[in-house]
Design a protein around this ligand. Structure first.
Ligand code: DLL
Length: 432
């Protein structure tokens, strides 16, 4: 059940619970999933090798590729007829990865999503405008079930048709907006174009996530939508949204729900555990999943953890804003660049709107970066796109440390996305 006292458990209380649950999860995975039986054997461990939490480091990792190779149901730990829901995420290539939930898993998910929404400031009785896509993506239905469990009135509008979204936002008196941050920005833009001032409307809370975004973008969305935007993190392999959520009080890192997940940070190259405050790859073990338990799942997401107690009173570990993924990090002439770092520079610079795409090309042996960014409608008056471009390039060099070409485009010409934005266009020749 949804129980606020779980959010303030002592560290010893959390670890005791994690220890009990981890023992069960390792046995469940080993007994019921052939991949785990094989992987544990290769690593020389059995569930009996687990005695205390630090022993987890001896167990093997699980990778996204394991889900693809065992497509569609190979990692399920219960008979298929106990699985009551499937979701899938479309990776960039080939088969999607399919995840399965038992009725018990959906129950936990709804509880954790209700907890997450409340953490962001949503309350029983609020109208929740859910602009995350419904369907195989976990965003739509995940938020939906949690909002119902919290006792909210859900508007299951899904993504797209922004003019209609605006009408419903106002007519139905939405208090909570759930969306990707890039789609929230599109909503703000269309509202501005139609002369609608959302900053004075009924919105109070933003539950935004599903993709990396920046503090600068948060400030922009707060002001333009008249809400307090909180970062929401999750991934379908582990559950969906509801894995971690920022609190409305502090907005200083995302509370990762440690009664159901165990979070580690590792060095992505060496695969060795790092101290919590170090930046590295987030690895998650599910502690209560029946349908598809995952042991030490490599998220590829780069972040760090803070164990220090949050001033909101919640005791669960805080996951710092995920700046990007291992696999969307660009290396431009030796400099590591994440799209979200560029975004943080673009938001708030005069003359431009924070709609952008990064274009990576290869010249000889070197990768080059071009930023396509949009002029604000009122910047056309100054007419000098070239000057704006030079100024943006200068700021990016100063803040991110990489030289790039900046192409300032007409307002409205950079593609808009209803779900997750595609920030990088990779035009490098494909390896044969
Ligand atoms: O995006 C689940 C979700 C939906 C979370 C709505 C929050 C809100 P997937 O499609 O499986 O699931 O994508 C998961 O998206 O590994 C991260 O790389 C990225 N991601 C998700 N939330 C954030 C965030 C959903 N708040 C992948 N900040 C993850 C940065 C995020 N990246």
């Amino acid at each position: 059940m949804f129980a606020p006292e779980l959010e303030t458990l002592s560290r010893t209380g959390i670890e005791r619970l994690q220890h009990q649950r981890l023992g069960h999860v390792l046995a469940h995975a080993w007994n019921n999933v052939p991949l785990y039986r094989q992987r544990f054997a290769e690593a020389g461990v059995t569930p009996d090798s687990y005695r205390a939490l630090p022993d987890l480091a001896r167990f093997p990792f699980t990778y996204k590729d394991d889900l693809r190779r065992n497509y569609p149901f190979g990692l399920f730990a219960v008979p298929r007829d106990r699985i009551v829901r499937l979701h899938a995420s479309s990776g960039t290539t080939g088969k999607p990865t399919v995840v399965g939930y038992t009725a018990g898993d959906l129950d936990v998910w709804a509880d954790l999503m209700a907890r997450s929404l409340a953490c962001a400031g949503a309350r029983r009785g609020d109208v929740v405008h859910n602009a995350l896509n419904y369907g195989l993506f976990t965003g739509g239905l995940g938020i939906h079930d949690g909002a119902e469990r919290l006792g909210c009135t859900v508007v299951p509008v899904s993504g797209g048709n922004t003019e209609r979204q605006l009408m419903l936002l106002r007519d139905l008196g939405a208090n909570v907006l759930c969306a990707t941050p890039s789609y929230a920005l599109t909503i703000a833009d269309v509202a501005a174009r139609e002369g609608i001032d959302l900053s004075r409307g009924s919105l109070r809370v933003g539950v935004l996530g599903g993709e990396p975004w920046s503090e600068a973008m948060r400030a922009e969305l707060d002001a333009r939508l008249g809400l307090r935007a909180c970062d929401s993190y999750g991934l379908s392999e582990i559950m969906g949204p509801g894995v971690a959520m920022e609190c409305a009080e502090m907005r200083d890192g995302l509370h990762g729900w440690e009664d159901h997940f165990l979070f580690e940070i590792i060095d992505p190259d060496a695969g060795t555990p790092l101290p919590p405050e170090a930046t590295g790859e987030l690895v998650i073990t599910t502690l209560s999943k029946e349908g598809m338990p995952l042991v030490r799942y490599r998220t590829r997401d780069i972040t760090r953890l803070t164990r220090a107690r949050c001033d909101c009173g919640r005791t669960h570990v805080r996951i710092r804003r995920v700046t990007g993924r291992n696999d969307d990090m660009l290396i431009i002439r030796g400099v590591n660049v994440y799209p979200s770092q560029i975004e943080a520079v673009l938001v708030g610079l005069p003359g431009i709107a924070p709609h952008y795409q990064l274009v990576v090309r290869r010249e000889g042996t070197l990768d080059t970066l071009a930023i396509e960014v949009e002029a604000r409608a009122d910047a056309t008056a100054t007419g000098d796109y070239a000057a704006i471009g030079r100024s943006v390039g200068h700021h990016v060099k100063a803040m991110v440390g990489v030289r790039c070409e900046v192409l300032v485009r007409e307002p409205g010409s950079i593609p808009r996305f209803e779900g997750k934005a595609v920030r990088v266009r990779d035009e490098r020749p494909k390896p044969r």
